[in-house]
Design a protein around this ligand. Structure first.
Ligand code: 8IG
Length: 274
């Protein structure tokens, strides 16, 4: 009846995530994953560097996952054995809020990762930079977020503290790898249009440093699931009006490609230290 079980509003999203996690355990032969990573624009290649891939599954074979809406977003789940012996689950299939399938579908991968055993959730994305000195290709640690989607993955009277949402401890570990990493506040907008220059000025005025279309809703779900969160943005473009030329998806893809070797190596080092 439903092509995706999460579209049945009467279904329990946590039970669906638990079912997805058992399928992953079965298909990867890995009973428990320790950490999970969602790889956004520009970050996809990092999976090759963090360890030995022991299994790759098309995400569409796992309950609740959707076909990727976008090229450049790999629709697969990978199980990776890290050099230290830990197991990482790499999610190359992100469902964006702007796809309009509802927030349950957006956070399903995070809930599945938690059900698969992950206690650390690494969320990466490509974003527009608001600070002028960030050139395209700059990685930035997310210190906090502003959720402008007017939505939440939490349902009903579920009050969850979001202080230290982007773990100070994990940011400390990242700074141990690269002390020069800047931090910034990530603003999640609905998209899929980029902001107007006036909206970028608003984001700046309310304390934002980065604008994007993902991550905040996922981070909230990860916190609800009890995970520790590390957030990393790749500035692929300066936000509208900060850069004088129009934004293009092509430019974003190219900046991501160019930065890929450097940020992949950085992410691999950080993951190795977690
Ligand atoms: I990559 O400038 C990327 N994603 N909202 N604004 C928003 N999302 C983005 C941007 C941007 N760049």
């Amino acid at each position: 009846m439903f092509t995706n079980p999460l579209d049945d509003t009467a279904a329990d999203p946590f039970a669906i995530a638990a079912a997805a996690a058992s399928e992953i355990a079965e298909k990867t032969g890995v009973a428990r994953h320790d950490i999970a990573l969602t790889l956004g624009s520009g970050w996809a290649r990092a999976a090759d560097l963090i360890g030995e891939t022991t299994a790759t599954i098309p995400a569409t074979e796992i309950t609740g996952f959707s076909k990727p809406a976008l090229d450049g977003h790999v629709g697969s789940l990978r199980s990776i054995l890290l050099p230290g012996g830990k197991r990482a689950l790499v999610i190359g299939a992100r469902t964006h809020y702007y796809e309009g399938h509802g927030v349950r579908r957006v956070v399903h991968s995070v809930r599945t990762a938690a059900a698969a055993g992950a206690t650390v959730m690494v969320l990466t994305n490509g974003a527009g930079g608001i600070r002028e000195h960030w050139k395209p290709g700059t990685p930035v640690l997310i210190s906090d977020h502003i959720n402008l989607t007017a939505d939440s993955p939490l349902e009903g009277a579920t009050f969850i503290d979001l202080t230290d949402l982007y773990s100070q401890r994990l940011r400390g570990i990242a700074h141990g790898i690269d002390a020069s990493l800047d931090e910034g506040v990530y603003v999640q907008n609905r998209g899929p249009h980029y902001e107007t220059p006036a909206e970028v000025q608003m984001a700046k005025a309310i304390g934002g440093d980065l604008v994007g279309m993902s991550t905040a809703l996922e981070a909230i779900a990860a916190r609800q699931a009890g995970m520790e969160i590390l957030g990393l943005s790749l500035v692929t473009n300066l936000a509208a009006g900060i850069q004088k030329t129009p934004l293009s998806h092509q430019e974003v893809i190219e900046a991501g490609k160019e930065a890929e070797p450097v940020i992949s190596a950085l992410l691999a080092q950080i993951v190795g230290a977690l």
